[in-house]
Design a protein around this ligand. Sequence first.
Ligand code: ADP
Ligand code: MG
Length: 244
Amino acid sequence: MSRPEIRVRALHKSFGADEVLRGIDLEVGRGEVVCVIGPSGSGKSTLLRCVNLLEEPTRGQVFVGDAELTDPDVDIDAVRRRIGMVFQQFNLFPHLTVAENLTLPQRRVLRRDKAEAARVAARNLARVGLSEKADAYPAALSGGQQQRVAIARALAMGPEVMLFDEPTSALDPELVGDVLAVMRMLADEGMTMMVVTHEMTFAREVADRVVFMDGGVIVEDGTPDQVIGAPRHARTRHFLSRLL
Ligand code: ADP
Ligand code: MG
């Protein structure tokens, strides 16, 4: 593997007495795509949220690039700028146009001037195939288009890593393909990605590695052919059989 871009070591997370992550060790190489699969409640979202410190780990370490997020002295805002996150719910600003959704965070967080922010916004809307929607409001877009705007908004911040938490789970089936196509393009361009998904075709075709989580631990970690094609653990087989 190339130099790891994301490194998670002995990560534990509890909510009160409920230990949700019970010692996660995971590395994602630069340019690698890792799909995280597993049953509801297994800790997939909590893991992603710990990787950008939306949740504070109870124990263990998280590194992104050469920065340790779990170091109490880290400039967490600076590190977070390097990490884009896309959620199941698109979380667009409803009162702003598509273009404004992309320019506002650039101006607020990165202090880009208006012209630069507009240029970057236009470039990223083109990447997700939505240039013609720049002046539309989110409510006028389909769910799939809104999710592509959310991806473009994250990309406009110039992240080194992209985290996706079930990005297509809220979409009507006929809209899923366009969003997956954008994610596939990013993978082909060499973006480092962690993707929580139930889309097994995407995982098989795009992921370099698949991680199966259950009960707050990683049960299996390997190539898609290994984990999806020939799972070694009964828990993985049981999970996969229920998806078919
Ligand atoms: P997954 O994404 O795999 O469905 P989650 O990471 O969302 O799993 O949740 C794992 C467990 O942690 C669940 O039992 C959930 O109820 C619990 N949990 C998640 N977030 C919180 C929170 N903020 N407070 C308390 N419990 C939480
Ligand atoms: Mg989840």
